[in-house]
Write a protein that binds this ligand. Sequence first.
Ligand code: ADP
Ligand code: MG
Length: 535
Amino acid sequence: MVEKPIILMPEDVQRILGKDAQRNNILAARMVSDIVKTTLGPKGMDKMLVSPSGDIVITNDGVTILEEMQIDHPAAKMMVEIAKTQESEVGDGTTTAVMLAGKLLENAEKLLDQKIHPTIIAKGYKIASEKAQEILKEIALKITKDDEDVLKNIAMTAMTGKGAEGIKEKLAEIIVSALKQVVNQGKVDLDDIKIQKSKGGSIEDTELISGIVIDKERISYDMPRQVKNAKIALIDFPIEIKNLEIDTKISITSPEQLQEFMLLEERTIKEIVEKIKISGANVVFCQKGIDDFAQYLLAKDRIYACRRVSRSDMEKISKATGAKIVSNVNELTPFELGNADLVEEIKRGDETLTYITGCKNPKALTILIHGGSEHVIDEIERAIKDGLGDVASVIESGLVVPGGGATEIELSKRLRDFSQELSGREQLAVEEFASALEFIPTTLAENAGLDPIDSVTELKSRHDAGEKNVGLNLFTNKIENVFDQGIIEPLKIKTQAINSATEVAIMILRIDDIISSTGKSEKSSFKKSEDYDNL
Ligand code: ADP
Ligand code: MG
C-alpha cells in the first residue's frame, strides 16, 4: 500500500529548521549591528538615507537609521525593536544597544559551534546580565541636579558626533536650563519641553523660550499682530461654511433654497464667532479650518486666530495656559479660556511663528531650533533630544557612569572575575558576554582611526590596575580618566542597553524553527479555481 503524504501546511509556507534557523537569524541580527556600528561615538560617520520618493535623511542616530531602512527580516526587525525601546526609555544609546545584541549573538554562535546548547547559553547570558546590573550600580557615581557642570557634560557627551559640534556648549546650556525649570518633585516630563524647528538663520540662533511657539501665523492681516493679556480659546471644530462640493447630504432643488441655505450657514458662523467673543476670548487656536467669512468676523472683533493647529500643539497650549479644548461652541465659557501675558506673531527667517509667552504654567518651554537647511535642523533636533533624554534621566536617578568605553571595560573585567565562581558551560557563556562588552570600546577606537587592539589592551591593563574611570577620550585621543574630562553618561543608558540586548539575544537564540508564510496561498488557490471555471 502506498502511504499518502501528510500535508500540514500549504506549499508556499517556508520552513527553516534547527541550526539553519539559528544561523539565519544570527546572521540577520549581526548585519543590523554591522550597519549601525560605523556611526558609534564622536568620530562615527553619518548615513544618508534616500527614500523611494527621493527624500533624504542624513543622520548618525541609530534608531533613525533603522527606522528609515524598512527592514524586513523578522530577526532583524527584533533588533530594530531594541533600538526603539532604548529610544523611548532613555532617548539615547540606541546604537550601543543594537551593537551589543549583535555581538552577544555573534559570540553565542561560537559557543553553538562548540556544541553548547542554546538554552545553556541563554541561561549564562541571563546570569551575566543580572550580575552586570549589580556591578553597574556599584560603579555608578552619584551626582545631584545642582551639579550643573556635570549635567552640561552629560548633554555634550550625548550630542558629540551629531552635527552639533560647534554649538554643543550653548545647546547643553539650553538643555540643562530647560530641564531644571520643568523638574517637578524630582521627575521630568519631557512633554513640557516643546521642540519647534524654524528654517532660516543659523543654528547658533537656537534659543530657549519660556512659553509655547507654534509654526502658525494669524490667518488675516486685519487681525492684531500682538495680543497682550491674552484670553485663549482652544477649539477643535471647524469654523466654516460646509463645502457643498464635498458635503452633499442635503438636497437642494431651487436657487432660492440654496440661497437660504447659505444664509443659514452664514448665520451659524456669525453665531459661533459671537459666542467666542462673548466668552471673552481674544485669541483662538482652532484645530480645524476657519473660512474667509469667519476670518473677517474674527478680525473685526480684534481676535487673533490660527487655524489647523496640530493636536499636539493644542494639548501643549492647553497645558501651558490652562485653556480647555472645546468641541462645541456652546461649551465655551470664560472658564474654558487659558491665560498668557502675550500672544504675538513674529517673523523669523523664512517662517512666521506664533509665540505664546508669559503662560500661566511657567513649566511650558520651547526650544526653538534655527538652521539653514532642514537636514541640519533635523539632525540638531535629534542631538537635542538625545541630550534632553540623557540629562532628564540623570536628574531623575542621580546616577552616572563614565563614557568612552570605560564602563564597558570595567564591567567586562568584573564579569570575567565573577565567571570564575561559576562552573561548566555557563561560565563560558558569561565569558562571552564579558567579551561582547568590549565591542563598544573596540568600535569607538576603530571609528576614530585608532588601533582597536592596542587601545583595548591598554584600557584593560589600566582597569586591572584599579583605574576604573579610564576610557578613551576621543577629543584628545588619549586613554585617561574620562570622568574628569567630562565624558559622562547616564547609568540608565547602560542598564537599559544591556537589558534589552540580552533579552533579544536570548529570544533569538531560542528559536530553532522559522515557519514563514508568504501569504500567497489564498490568492493562488483562488486563481486556480477561476482558471478551472474558465475551462
Ligand atoms: P548611541 O546611539 O549608542 O548613543 P553614539 O554615536 O551617541 O551612540 O555614541 C555613544 C558612545 O560614544 C558612548 O559609548 C560614549 O561614551 C561615547 N563617547 C561620547 N563622547 C565621547 C568622547 N569624547 N570620547 C570617547 N567616547 C565618547
Ligand atoms: Mg548617543
